[in-house]
Design a protein around this ligand. Sequence first.
Ligand code: ATP
Ligand code: MG
Length: 387
Amino acid sequence: MITLPGMDRVWDALPEARMVGGAVRDMLVGCPVADVDFASPLAPEVVIKRARAAGLKAVPTGLAHGTITVVAEGQGFEVTTLRRDVATDGRHAVVEFTDDWREDASRRDFTINAMSATRDGTIYDYFGGRADLAAGRVRFVGEAATRIREDYLRVLRFFRFYARYARGEPDAEAVAAIVALREGVKSLSAERVWSEIKLILKAADPVPALRLMVGTGVLELLLPGADVERLAGLVARGAPVDSLLRVAALGPGEVADFAKRWKLSRAEEVRLEKLMRREMPRPEDDDAALRRALAADDAAVLMDRSWLYGDAGPGWESLRARLPGLDRPVFPLQGRDLAALGVSPGPRMGVLLRMAQDWWLAGGCVADAEACRAWVLEEAGKISPLK
Ligand code: ATP
Ligand code: MG
């Protein structure tokens, strides 16, 4: 049984709670478990009362769904009251509370996500999740088509868990249902789709799942023109597991449009924009050329681009090995240095600074402030008068 700091305190306060969902699944496959969710047959008010009586903080973070976050030893645990579905419109479920563990398990998406575990390590597995996990099968709980019609996000969740846990042929019933109902993914919000896409791309090898997304026609609905085989090359070259790097390999098209469509954060958009620019050093470049490249983009960006645009050859390996050892050069002159030489602020100062920077770049970014000033005095004045 896994124990995270604080779990024992939760179990002391709520002995009838069970660990549920992803934590049980990941414990069984031996993956590190970062967050543990609990379910319990207790009403949310009772969970709050018991947790507080045991000296724990209890915050009603999703009271409508019956979710209380219990904080123990600095770690937050969601404790959700067992639920049963009463209605759904394909995006939102209407639920009511129950004390029946099997009912709660039956509304979960996949058999591997529907297990629960008590404190003593007993696993409750109502739908054969353990055998599916061992066999690398991602199977819906109940009828695939029905479960997808209840919530189209499950189509993308299928690929997320397929990417992480599946081996061999995908479940035929799931695939047929996804093909028949795939248009439903168009009704999902941009935020939910983007966050699922990133989760799919976070798998060690997302390529089989993406090929299945191509085969079922889902990928074309979401990322038309995505080049899965190009991503396969990136993965095969051993590039780091990085969702955004992988999106860049799939080919997002015009980054601004892509960012708008999927509501990327500003930071994601800026990074993707940088990744899509092809300027980068070549393996045969000397250190001076590398320093020039580093003056424009930091080493992390160049490293990313080397994965995207380089090939599998040893040259790229050694280029990547050289990059971190080089300092990022900083152009040593500023406006005030030129002002000290008698240049008055204004467009001419900008022109002179840029000329000096180009000279500095061409020389491999080794000239210091003194040398740059001397160049401005001796050479720049010949091209554009200093005053
Ligand atoms: P991860 O490690 O990626 O977080 P997880 O299994 O914890 O995996 P979550 O999205 O955090 O996945 O959901 C927690 C649990 O809630 C799932 O294991 C599943 O039992 C249930 N669940 C979440 N979303 C759905 C859904 N759309 N339909 C049915 N059950 C769901
Ligand atoms: Mg989770």
